[in-house]
Write a protein that binds this ligand. Structure first.
Ligand code: HEM
Length: 217
């Protein structure tokens, strides 16, 4: 570190990570994802997770379209991140060609997507908060979870495209993402809105996992 560098503890990305550790541990410890990865749940439970993801990413990625010209949020909008096409392909494989008429959003998923529609389309701090919570998670723990789930259900390509980000190297992406977060010049109010909304995003993810657990265990 040179004298000009701010101490790590002051960086937004570092404060964010330590400030949300408890929420992350709650999301990770919900039990549903571990049970899926360990092969203790039926394939239908995994298809249900993909369905809930589809509802969530559909709205998150529509918000990305609305935010792509925003000077702050637009920098986070990358088409190669978008999961909706991969989830649609996974669902066609797991559920069948008529998947769209068969998937049902659980109550917690409906609450999550309502929140996305309420804040993520026109508030850059809220959009970045939801973007961070999903995509950085997918490119962190998701990179371990994906192969474990594929192994449990005997999937080889089809059915777990959600976890595979073509054209993205996860470690380099995560570090570039943190740099982009740290480079944002926000008012204190916007930064607080961002931090609060990350907690809100975790809360919604934990609730979706709880609904899935209740349904399948
Ligand atoms: C079995 C479930 C999970 C496992 C094993 C897991 C594991 C991990 C690991 C190993 C990291 C990297 C931490 C580091 O870089 O030191 C991480 C980061 C992250 N995870 Fe998870 N995770 C899980 C579930 C979730 C869920 C459900 C969410 C929320 C949707 C989530 C969101 C995140 C985020 C946003 C980060 C980035 C933290 C940061 O560095 O700022 N994770 N996870």
């Amino acid at each position: 570190m040179s004298v000009a560098d701010p101490p790590e503890v002051e960086r937004l990305s570092a404060r964010l990570r330590s400030g949300t550790r408890a929420e992350h541990d709650a999301a990770q410890g919900s039990g549903f994802l571990d049970a899926l990865a360990a092969g203790r749940l039926p394939r239908e439970a995994y298809a249900d997770l993909a369905a809930q993801h589809w509802f969530i990413y559909r709205d998150l990625e529509q918000a990305a379209l609305a935010q792509r010209t925003d000077p702050v949020a637009g920098d986070f909008v990358r088409p190669e991140l978008h999961r909706e096409p991969a989830l649609a392909a996974d669902l066609a494989f797991l559920v069948g060609q008529d998947w769209q008429s068969r998937v049902v959003a659980l109550p917690a998923t409906r609450a999550y997507t309502a929140r996305l529609r309420e804040v993520a389309f026109d508030r850059a701090p809220a959009f970045v908060a939801h973007h961070y919570t999903r995509y950085l998670g997918d490119l962190s723990g998701g990179q371990f979870l994906g192969p474990a789930i594929a192994k449990s259900f005997g999937l080889n390509g089809d059915g777990h495209r959600f976890f595979v980000f073509d054209g993205i190297r996860p470690a380099a992406f995560r570090s570039g993402y943190r740099d982009r977060l740290d480079a944002i010049v926000w008012t204190p109010g916007d930064e607080q809105e961002f931090l609060t909304e990350v907690s809100e995003a975790y809360r919604h993810n934990i609730a979706v996992l709880a609904d899935l657990k209740e349904r399948w265990t």
